[in-house]
Design a protein around this ligand. Sequence first.
Ligand code: URA
Length: 240
Amino acid sequence: MNADELRRQLAFYQDLGFTDLYRRTPSASPPVPVATPAPNIPMEILPTAAADTLPLILQDIGDCKRCRLHEARHRIVFGSGDEHAKLVFVGEGPGADEDMQGLPFVGRAGQLLTQMIEGTAKREGIPIQRKDVYICNVVKCRPPENRTPEPDEMEICGQFLFRQLVTIQPKAICALGATAARALLGRKEGVTRMRGNWFKWRDLPLMVTYHPSYLLRPYNQDAKREAWEDLKKVLHFVYD
Ligand code: URA
């Protein structure tokens, strides 16, 4: 790779929102931070879009202390499911159960999400289970008291979410709730206005729907029905 190609590569990653780039050395030694793009950086610089992998992203997250959310977390919740999934669900951030288990959507909201995915798929004759999709969050550490992540926390952690999406290259993304919609689309309007419509994250089709936690509230029966409709649309788009 010559200097111009390298510069273009670095600009590409800056456009993707990566603020930390590392030069990977051939040995097992820790990654060396690269402060500014210099023309003589050798070609081992990673990741390139093609070379990035989920294990590499997890390795780069490491024992992350990039934002205040690390202070109270028990486990980093990276994501789970099929690395080659055609469909990725993006939530807001881990709750208490997820923080203890290190897995996304395993508490009450997660059980509802699983039920929604598997129930809708079965009813629609689509042979998939939860393990066939990929599920992750905007922030990988639990916000204290389950508060909404702050903009700086979303931006810092967002680079890893973006890498996950670029690596998986799903056929579609389903943003669960306003925080995921804001992180991926930069839109601040309510989910009620956005849901059920197709948007794009980069060139990937993205549907916004309600967050399962919202659907657990007893007075949101209409939203529940709408969320099921949204999911049906997404599943047919991806798997038909
Ligand atoms: N809510 C989320 O947004 N993500 C989880 O993983 C669990 C609950």
